[in-house]
Write a protein that binds this ligand. Structure first.
Ligand code: GRF
Length: 211
C-alpha cells in the first residue's frame, strides 16, 4: 500500500507535530507529512517543520472576515497538497460543518482528555477541580460538534494529589506524543473503519484504550 500523505494543521507549539515528524522519520512508518499548515505566522511548530524539510503554508485567519472563506482557503491548500489524511495538532480555529463534512473520516484530532469527558478548553484545570483520578488523551475522527467523533484511541494517565494544571498537562502530553503516531499508523495501515459512532480496527469493535 502506498505511503499515506498527511497534512498537519497547527496554531502553536507543535509538539504533537514533532511527534509525527519523528515517527515519519522511521522508514518503516507507513505515512509521511506532505504539508504543515498554520493559521498563525508565529507558530513555533512552523520552525519544527522547516527544520525537518517539510513544506509549510500560513493561512492567517485574521485576513478573512468570514469563517467560510477561511475554510475554503484551507480546503484549497489541503486539496493541493494531495494529503490522504488531515491531522489537527493544536489547531485553535473552529471549523465549519461544510469543511468537516468534506473531509469525513479523513480528518482527525487529538484532545488532552478522555473524551467524551472534558471537551473544550482549560481541560487540565477542570479535571483537577472535578477531582477525577484518571485523565489522558483521545485521538478521534472529527465531526461538526467540537471534540466529538468516533474514537480511534485513548491513553490514560493518573491524576496525582499534588498535580497542578501544568504538571498534569506535561504527563498527558507525553501520552499524546505516543498516541497520535500510533493512531496515524493504524489508519495508514488501512486497519481502521468507521461504523456509525464507533471505530473498528481490523473489522472488530475494539476498546478505545488500545493505544
Ligand atoms: C495538545 O495538548 C493537544 O491535545 C491540544 O492542543 C495541544 C497542542 O500542543 N489539542 P502542541 O502544539 O502539539 O504542542
Amino acid at each position: 500500500m502506498a505511503d499515506l500523505g498527511l497534512a498537519v494543521l497547527i496554531s502553536g507549539r507543535g509538539s504533537n507535530l514533532q511527534a509525527l515528524i519523528d515517527a515519519c522519520a522511521d522508514p518503516k512508518f507507513p505515512a509521511h507529512i506532505v504539508r504543515v499548515i498554520s493559521n498563525r505566522l508565529d507558530a513555533q511548530g512552523l520552525d519544527r517543520a522547516v527544520k525537518a524539510g517539510i513544506a509549510t503554508t500560513v493561512i492567517d485567519h485574521t485576513n478573512y472576515s468570514a469563517r467560510a472563506a477561511f475554510d475554503a482557503a484551507l480546503s484549497a491548500e489541503i486539496d493541493k497538497s494531495q494529503a490522504g489524511l488531515v491531522c489537527l495538532a493544536g489547531f485553535m480555529r473552529l471549523l465549519g460543518d461544510d469543511f468537516v463534512g468534506s473531509l469525513e473520516n479523513r480528518l482527525i484530532n487529538i484532545h488532552p482528555s478522555l473524551l467524551p469527558a472534558f471537551k473544550g478548553l482549560h481541560v487540565h484545570q477542570r479535571v483537577i477541580e472535578a477531582g477525577v483520578k484518571v485523565s489522558g488523551c483521545t485521538v478521534h475522527f472529527v465531526r461538526p460538534e467540537t471534540d466529538a467523533g468516533p474514537i480511534i484511541g485513548q491513553s490514560e494517565v493518573p491524576v496525582r494529589e499534588d498535580d497542578t494544571p501544568d504538571t498534569l498537562a506535561a504527563r498527558v502530553l507525553e501520552a499524546e506524543h505516543k498516541c497520535y503516531p500510533a493512531a496515524v499508523r493504524l489508519i495508514a495501515e488501512g486497519r481502521v473503519d468507521v461504523d456509525g459512532d464507533r471505530v473498528l480496527v481490523d473489522g472488530n469493535s475494539v476498546l478505545a484504550n488500545n493505544l
